[in-house]
Design a protein. Sequence first.
Length: 419
Amino acid sequence: MNSKIWKLVIGIALLSLLITACGSAATPQAPTAPATTAPVVTEAPSATSEPPIKVGASLPLTGNFSAPGTAAQKGYQLWADMVNKSGGLLGRQVEFVIYDNASNPDTAVADYERLITQDKVDLVVGPFSSKLVIPTSEVAAKYGYAFPEPAGGAPNVFNRGLTNIFFAQPAPSVDQAIPFAKYVLSLPADSRPKTFAVITGDDPFSVSVVESVQKLLTDGGLTMVLKEVYPADTKDFSSLAAKVADKNPDLIIGGTQFEDSVGQIKAYQQAGYQPRGAMFTTGPSLPKEFSEALGTATEGVFAPISWFEASTIKTNPEFVKAYHDKYGSEPIAEDSANAFTVGQVLQQAVENIQSVDNAKLIEEMHKATFTTVVGPLSFDALGQPKGSFMVLQWQGGKIVIVGPDYAKQADPIWPKPQW
């Protein structure tokens, strides 16, 4: 092959390679899709010809409120499971869209904005704690959504002029011990205590509860002979118990959490003080822990409680069974029951009006009475519940419900047996 032909061949080959390279460079590449944040949980609906009813929530699944937030998630999911297994809501399956707000109010606000404006959920339900409920209820109100919520009962939840909030517990938190006070005042004159003492930890919740009781008892004719507020970290109650023993009131009211309820009772035993009646705000409602700490000294002690696993209130046995079938034998947290209550209220309101129209739902929730695992539930104009906490008493080494009548399992024991 002569040199001219050889040069021609080489030139053609180089030209071909150049054209191929240029063609490849000009071919557009598929863009990478931007990352999106998926919901923490989406309950997939069963196959149906109707689109699902989407229910949105932002819960504190991590951060400071992760334990109650996770418990609330279980209650919501169990409610959706039970609704879907029974044919759905208005014949449509329920699909939950849940985001983790990491216990951060700003994140929770952004989550509800997203749920309503982007995810286009039909309904929303609330998070855990007043800290998260207060800002997120404002978002729901802005878009006209009903906002039933399981755990946000502080006064600031209800004093902002909103009409879309519904607190799905039996009564406002500060009123929880009022049924006990009413029981005391209902006793026959020859059995009714004449004097009482209030010994409470310096905790806003405990103080508010016992002060409600204090007012009722005083207005009812009883005399308060002693009131002491101790630091929340108090461990030694001997000096307080000595003061109580010196006054010897017929009735002792303790504003307590678990450890100080036990500490008070042990100190009263050591001081030789024996009341005719005793009520503590928190502590007695923990069956295993309270019994293990005090043994037979639990006998006759009263406490308020919003929900109780062994209650035979209508729908509660079914809830308890379904919970254990789904999650195993672990004890049921009160927060799970309260979230389930939100679902019950929402379901009955939707079925009552045969619609998921939020304006109509808000109207219905303000006027209807709902059957729930915490008892009959209705709401005032501010969304506060108009029901009553239950009164528990320790009898025979176990908790029984002694009031109100719709939840009653046994008659109260009065006066109290020896510590």
